[in-house]
Ligand binder design. Structure first.
Ligand code: NAD
Length: 581
């Protein structure tokens, strides 16, 4: 272990006798400044290989990728993977395990996960301390090379295994797994490396006789990354984006996507991520969360998940504020109630496709999924039968059958919640189920693609996040455009994604202005889902999050603490100013 200047001040013994941070008494640990060294400089301004979006494989019948993916799915289903805790590069097995099942076949176990306890969070925080110095001092091009290598491994030899884990563990179809766990995660790794280099290039002006510089340091402490079940790519991005910048992280993956999260952790280790930079701590949310948020070294929360959990975590940070050495950065991307608003000039066929794909792909479990639509009566008269017909034609079943468009929702809790909303609509005099509405959890957690029509723009299913394959339609009188725009803007607490459909360009401008703050990702004549890293930076405002735009430079900036350096070449030697003469 290499000692830094500051460590030598604290521990004047020889390098070989210097204890690791996690072997020290707590009071000694507390005395070590967390930022311990100036990052090494490189002797060149390196360019990162240009980031390009990973091409999406189509898995058409008879192609080699299709054959390979089917084999990987078979292999994934034929074993039960044991998932350990990983702290400081060491695997820990507590023996207290929980099962991960296929949501579309919930009797089938694919992984057993060793649950972490609060003491493991302390160990992970110690591992972060032990790793941060060498990690932050590693020249940035070597840090990013690890993630570029991970991207190439995932694009090549690890692709099918990762997609199979996402298909079996999260019930994504081959296409939905491919765009998430392969392409989007590869894109996060590649583009963030490029964004990091661009960020370094942003430097201040210098007046004559001086040189002003800024240095993009990591934060002091660990970043707590808490990830959702629904995107393997998001799970991989939340701990790695801060790590790239020079931070260490404690990663708490979601209980229901453990197999793919574990595959991501293995990928990072095999790509050469040093021990302790990302510590993998699976387990019960509140147990891990309470311990991490109470820790004095917490310096950031990188969260994606529900609004309720995020608000609770933010509140806990507020309650612990006086314990921390730094003000923690809080980045959270949360729930949505994403809309499609059609103008009377909208074209019916693209609108219909956007509603079906936007609402039902991945069973409506995208934070961006279309879940409420405002349709003028003049358009509805030609849209209704087509929409009902298309929703009825959707094939739903296990992901192993590649002809299915939809599969099961993630777990029993989600199934019951979604069914509750559908039952509520069935019993209401303000709503009518146009198609779907049946739910069956005997083998897997299957919910039919469901379209509800309501006469009330504030109906429960028009304003609350359901997170399932349920689309509610409010048909408005063409004369009531302005009042309906108000309703779309204010009825729900969320502002994540939204789409408008119109052919009339004046209408496009008007709707975009009226819905200016209603969505962080706004679509014109397209579905509100499917944001691509590097093309549509993602995030929303209001109850949908802090809008720090995952997969962009804006997000990386949140994980840096900039040091401004002013160097004066010939400093003044007289305190008196000329005017005093
Ligand atoms: P969730 O909030 O139930 O869980 C998210 C994570 O928080 C999980 O890892 C969970 O274990 C953990 N958690 C729960 N309680 C905790 C606690 N007290 N302390 C620490 N961790 C705790 O969300 P989910 O069901 O996994 O994901 C679906 C939600 O995520 C939806 O609301 C969806 O809109 C949202 N989402 C948002 C975006 C976005 O970019 N805005 C993207 C994906 C998902």
């Amino acid at each position: 272990m290499v000692r830094t200047y500051r460590e030598k001040l604290f521990f004047p013994q020889t390098a070989s006798s210097l204890p690791c941070a996690n072997q020290l008494e707590p009071w000694v640990r507390a005395a070590i400044p967390l930022s311990r060294a100036t990052p090494s400089m490189s002797d060149a301004n390196f360019r990162v290989p240009p980031a390009i979006n990973e091409p999406v494989l189509d898995y058409a019948p008879g192609t080699q990728p299709r054959i390979d993916l089917e084999a990987a799915v078979k292999a994934t289903r034929s074993e039960v993977v044991e998932v350990p805790i990983v702290i400081g590069g060491k695997e820990i097995r507590t023996g207290d395990t929980f099962d991960v099942v296929c949501p579309h076949d919930h009797g089938h176990v694919i992984a057993k996960v060793h649950k972490a306890k609060a003491e493991h969070v302390q160990q992970a925080a110690d591992a972060c301390r032990a790793a941060v110095d060498d990690w932050e001092r590693m020249p940035w091009e070597h840090r990013v090379s690890i993630f570029l290598r991970a991207a190439e491994m995932l694009a090549g030899p690890r692709r099918m295994q990762m997609n199979a884990a996402t298909m079996c563990g999260q019930s994504k179809t081959a296409n939905q797994a491919e765009i998430d766990s392969a392409c989007e995660l590869i894109d996060f790794f590649r583009f963030n490396c490029e964004f990091l280099r661009e960020m370094h290039e942003e430097q201040p002006e210098s007046s004559p006789g001086m040189w002003n510089r800024v240095e993009y340091r990591g934060l002091e402490g660990f970043v707590f990354a808490v990830t959702p079940f629904n995107f393997t790519a998001i799970a991989g991005n939340l701990p790695t984006a801060p790590a790239m910048v020079g931070n260490t992280a404690i990663w708490k993956p979601s209980e229901t996507s453990m197999l793919s999260s574990w595959r991501v952790m293995q990928l990072l280790q095999d790509a050469g991520l040093p021990d302790g930079v990302i510590n993998f701590v699976p387990g019960d949310g509140p147990t891990i969360g309470d311990a991490a948020l109470a820790h004095e070294d917490l310096t950031g929360l990188h969260f994606t998940g529900s609004t309720r959990v995020f608000q609770h975590l933010w509140q806990s940070i507020g309650n612990n504020l006086t314990n921390y050495r730094n003000y923690p950065r809080i980045v959270g991307e949360t729930g949505g109630k994403d809309f499609v608003f059609a103008h009377p000039s909208a074209e019916v066929a693209p609108l219909c496709t956007a509603l079906v794909r936007g609402a039902f792909e991945f069973q409506g479990q995208k934070c961006s999924a279309a879940s409420r639509a405002y349709i003028p009566s003049s358009v509805w008269s030609s849209l209704e039968s087509e929409l009902v017909e298309q929703a009825r034609s959707i094939k739903m079943g296990p992901v192993e059958d590649f002809s299915n468009f939809m599969s099961a929702v993630i777990d029993k809790r989600a199934f019951d919640k979604i069914k509750g909303y559908i039952d509520f609509a069935k019993e209401s005099s303000e709503a009518e189920i146009l198609v779907g509405g049946e739910c069956d959890d005997s083998v897997g957690y299957f919910v039919q693609p469901t379209v509800i029509k309501t006469s009330n723009p504030n109906f429960k299913t028009m304003v609350e996040e359901i997170f399932g394959p349920v689309l509610t339609i409010f048909v408005y009188d063409d004369q009531d455009l302005e009042a309906t725009l108000d309703s779309c803007n204010t009825a729900s607490a969320y502002a994540l994604t939204g789409a408008i459909f119109a052919k009339d360009r004046h209408a496009v401008v008007h709707l975009a202005n009226r819905l200016r703050h209603a969505a962080g990702n706004f679509y014109i004549n397209d579905k509100p889902t499917g944001a691509v890293v590097g093309q549509q930076p993602f995030g929303g405002g209001r109850a949908s999050g802090t809008n720090d735009k995952a997969g962009s430079r804006m997000n990386l900036l949140r994980w840096t603490s900039v040091r401004t350096i002013k160097e004066t070449f010939v400093p003044p030697t007289d305190y008196r100013h000329p005017y005093m003469g």
